[in-house]
Design a protein around this ligand. Structure first.
Ligand code: COA
Length: 284
């Protein structure tokens, strides 16, 4: 039975929900929140969980009624704490179904994410916000860190991915241009996860990992002598590909239009310093 709008909303960590079918129901909830075109595959979610980009104990669903009944779910907040991002955590998706917006639930979910990330040891929480949500996060204590862009290869159609994974580290430093994630569209979407060092890139390693295509872009010159531009052109020619997480001032970015990519989306990376871990609950 569908819960009524007057039922109290409870926030429940994902690891407290029955594991059977959980990822399928989460993917469906994404679709209800962000639109069907953005519904992720269960493989995508499982990959994020395996990589630590979504941590079950730090992530919650909001339920109006019975939290064990996915039909009652009305919001979600996914948080990741991948080792490469430590001591920061990053939201991998936060939103509320349209009929439950504007009642303070977004604020509750953000506070729950912050508490849970802090309890898991994070000192900051990063979000990747659409420009129209910058004010929402700003009012909740988040400060602007950087703009991130998504570029599409010439043949690419469909919807860009919403979230980029954690940036890699290099010699202990977070790389300037962060990780770049590309998404092959089609009947069975796949992901290409690419790292860059901000200066030059080469797609030297491409392998299948957890159902995803993973390309590691390095600054090393490839043995073939082909430059990063050639590698990007080859990537662009390989089908439907998005590259995300690109900083506007990254040297790597200048290569994208030369390789035929076009700018399709800008988002704002924001971060909030977290209060120390507490024993408080997620509130009423
Ligand atoms: C963005 C979103 C999470 C806000 O959730 P919500 O439940 O509607 O927000 P709340 O009711 O908790 O609002 C909390 C406060 O933020 C304000 N607010 C909400 N959306 C806002 C926006 N886009 N810009 C500025 N302020 C906003 C509210 O007015 C409220 O202010 P108040 O505390 O002074 O009354 C929700 O609209 C949503 O899920 N959108 C679609 C999914 C999405 O895009 N999520 C990704 C966000 S990057």
């Amino acid at each position: 039975m569908q819960a009524g709008m007057r039922d109290p909303v409870v926030l429940v960590p994902l690891d407290a929900l029955p594991a059977h079918g959980r990822t399928t129901h989460l993917a469906a909830l994404y679709g209800r929140i962000f639109g069907r075109a953005r519904t992720p595959s269960t493989a995508w979610l499982e990959d994020r969980m395996a990589r630590g980009a979504v941590r079950l104990g730090a992530s919650v669903v909001a339920a109006r009624g019975d939290p064990t009944n996915p039909a009652d779910w009305c919001g979600l907040a996914l948080v990741g704490l991948p080792p490469s991002l430590a001591p920061a955590a990053r939201a991998a998706g936060m939103g509320i179904v349209p009929e439950s917006r504007g009642r303070g639930l977004g604020k509750r979910l953000v506070e729950a994410m912050c508490r849970r990330a802090a309890d898991a040891g994070a000192r900051t929480l990063e979000v990747t916000a659409h420009p129209r949500h910058v004010a929402f996060y700003g009012a909740l204590g988040f400060r602007h860190v950087r703009t991130v862009e998504t570029w599409a290869a010439p043949a690419t159609t469909g919807t860009p991915p919403r979230w980029s994974p954690a940036p890699p580290t290099c010699g202990g430093h977070v790389l300037a241009t962060e990780i770049a994630e590309t998404w092959r569209c089609g009947r069975k979407p796949r992901h290409l996860v690419c790292t860059t060092d901000g200066t030059t890139v080469t797609a030297r390693t491409v392998e299948v990992e957890g159902g995803c295509l993973v390309a590691e872009l390095r600054s090393d010159r490839p043995p073939s002598g082909a430059g990063p531009l050639a590698e990007l052109r080859s990537l662009a020619g390989s089908g439907h590909v998005f590259v995300t997480g690109i900083a506007p001032d990254a040297p790597f970015r200048r290569l994208l239009p030369r390789a035929g990519f076009r700018l399709v989306q800008r988002a704002e990376r924001m971060a909030r310093v977290l209060a120390p871990a507490s024993a408080t609950s997620d509130g009423p």
